[in-house]
Design a protein around this ligand. Structure first.
Ligand code: AMP
Length: 213
């Protein structure tokens, strides 16, 4: 399947994407994961993105489109993709529409995961992430078996740099200003599925119903 997963930071886009990849071999493409890997590796891309990321601001549309133009051409995208955290601005959405048209591809749906702000805030402050493989944990509801160590790969499970209270608040403001308008953009295209759900399973069920799976 080919989907865009829209939703605020902490809405559960990554968790839903990971569950969907197990259904049909689609790949999860998270621009946030790609950027974090670039920062960790100290590449040119990482150096350009680092300051904006740490503050919870957006990285430039040009940089993001450069990444996505290459990423969507890779072989593993042939079995489908779940876009997690991209597009995040109207110019990115417009550029993606053009890119997909050039590639002769069409999305199955744009899924807007709508979660109340208090739930989001609680999730983000308690979220922990494996530095090596990106696996997501939560100190309250889903801690790693061994404190600070990833169950899957043994990597260090840490709080992200942009998950301080200040950066979280900024990320949510940036989301409301820059990304929330994408719901309207895709509504007009007729491809939007909005799911008001705090459980990933409910989101998956709604996607399956929409796609007739
Ligand atoms: P995420 O893991 O999706 O929350 O992304 C972490 C950070 O990476 C964001 O707060 C932005 O600084 C940057 N980022 C990720 N995806 C994008 C995007 N599509 N456009 C601009 N910045 C992005």
């Amino acid at each position: 399947m080919k989907l865009i997963l829209l939703g605020a930071p902490g809405a559960g886009k990554g968790t839903v994407a990971k569950l969907l990849t197990k259904m049909d071999g689609s790949v999860q493409i998270s621009t946030g994961d790609i950027l974090r890997a670039a920062v960790a590796a100290g590449t040119e891309l990482g150096k350009k993105a680092e300051a904006a990321m740490k503050a919870g601001d957006l990285v430039s549309d040009d940089l993001i489109m450069g990444i996505m133009r290459e990423r969507l051409k890779e072989d593993d995208c042939k079995s489908g993709y779940l876009l997690d955290g991209f597009p995040r601005t109207i110019p990115q959405a417009e550029a993606l529409t053009e890119l997909l048209a050039d590639m002769g591809e069409q999305l199955d749906a744009v899924v807007n995961i709508d979660v109340p702000r208090d739930v989001i805030l609680d999730r983000l402050t308690t979220r922990r992430t494996c530095q090596d493989c990106g696996e997501i944990y939560n100190v309250k509801s889903n801690p790693p078996k061994e404190d600070g160590k990833c169950d899957k790969c043994g990597g260090a499970v840490v709080q992200r740099d942009d998950e301080t209270e200040e950066a979280i608040n900024n990320r949510l403001d940036v989301y409301n200003k820059m990304t929330a308008p994408l719901a309207d953009f895709y509504e007009k295209e007729g491809s939007l599925l909005t799911v008001e759900a705090t459980s990933s399973e409910k989101v998956i069920d709604a996607i399956k119903a929409k796609l007739g799976l």
